[in-house]
Ligand binder design. Structure first.
Ligand SMILES: [Cu+2]
Length: 288
């Protein structure tokens, strides 16, 4: 117990020394990870995922009713048309009314499914009034995140080795910890623009956010997220992209708006970008 606590403190110190920005992650609650014995979807962390789950619930009711109906029909047919019960086989070949019914009713069921499906598809497709944009790029085999609205800096996000994870982010499950999480403010609509660089496609997928963007070299795909609760969330590349496909986890740190601004300021400084207030003087000809 004591040894574990000492190791924990050492890990925290190492995290603060080695990663600087990784230190706050230590204190942050890990939310979006799988749990033991988990069934069904992860809890919804975004409005899109809430709608995905309610559409799923509707579909589950519909398919359950269909399955039960077909099963009962099957059992009835087996019993009713058993050879023992019908020594003389029937010569009926068709029934027009029945055929019209089993064409029209499935069409109506599909329409009932299609309306909320398309509504959700368009809802998740484009961000309306996004406060900021993050450009996600899939590389072989890591992610990078570019913040065009915050001075256009880019961070690279790579999976931590098992030793580094245990040392610096022990609260994060194996194979999910990254050195630099993508950081976004809570309760803010964030537009995600996804693309890929190099030879392959990737999939930027965070199940609890209800987002799965296939990112393709030379193309931009758009989506959005708005996460309610601050904390650490995780996803994984969902498009087979080569040798290290399984080792490019997606780490997202959702923070308060103030912490986000602080993080942005740190990153801008690290990237050699002037803070926003200095933009005028930095771009004046005299300073060039
Ligand atoms: Cu990938």
């Amino acid at each position: 117990m004591v040894v574990k606590r000492v190791l924990g403190v050492l890990g925290l110190l190492a995290a603060m020394a080695g990663f600087g920005i990784a230190a706050p992650a230590q204190a942050q609650k890990v939310i979006g990870v799988p749990h033991d014995w988990q069934l069904n979807f992860p809890p919804p962390y975004t409005p899109i995922m809430e709608r995905v789950e309610s559409l799923h619930d509707l579909l589950l009711v519909i398919i359950t009713l269909i399955c039960v109906f077909v099963l009962l029909l099957l059992v009835y047919a087996v019993w009713r048309f058993h050879a023992g019960r019908n020594p003389t086989p029937t010569t009926v070949t068709h029934n027009t009314l029945l055929e019209i019914a089993w064409t029209i009713i499935p069409i109506l069921i599909l329409v009932v499914i299609a309306i909320p499906s398309f509504r959700l598809l368009y809802y998740s497709d484009k961000a309306t009034d996004a406060a900021l944009t993050v450009k996600v790029t899939g590389h072989q085999w890591y992610w990078s995140y570019n913040y065009p609205d915050q001075g256009d800096f880019t961070i690279e996000s790579r999976m931590l080795s098992e030793a580094d994870r245990a040392k610096t982010k022990p609260q994060v499950p194996r194979l999910l910890a990254v050195d630099e999480e993508m950081v976004i403010p809570a309760n803010t609509v964030v537009r995600i623009i996804g693309t890929a660089e190099g030879g392959s496609m990737h999939g930027w997928t965070v199940p609890g956010f209800g987002i799965k963007k296939t990112v393709i070299p030379g193309r931009l795909n758009e989506g959005w997220i708005s996460v309610k609760e601050e904390g650490l969330y995780f996803g994984q590349c969902s498009q087979i992209c080569g040798q290290n496909h399984s080792f490019m986890p997606i780490g997202i740190r959702v923070v308060s708006k103030a912490d986000f601004d602080k993080w942005v300021a740190d990153k801008k400084k690290a990237a050699g970008l002037a803070p926003a207030t200095d933009v005028a003087s930095a771009t004046a000809p005299a300073n060039r």
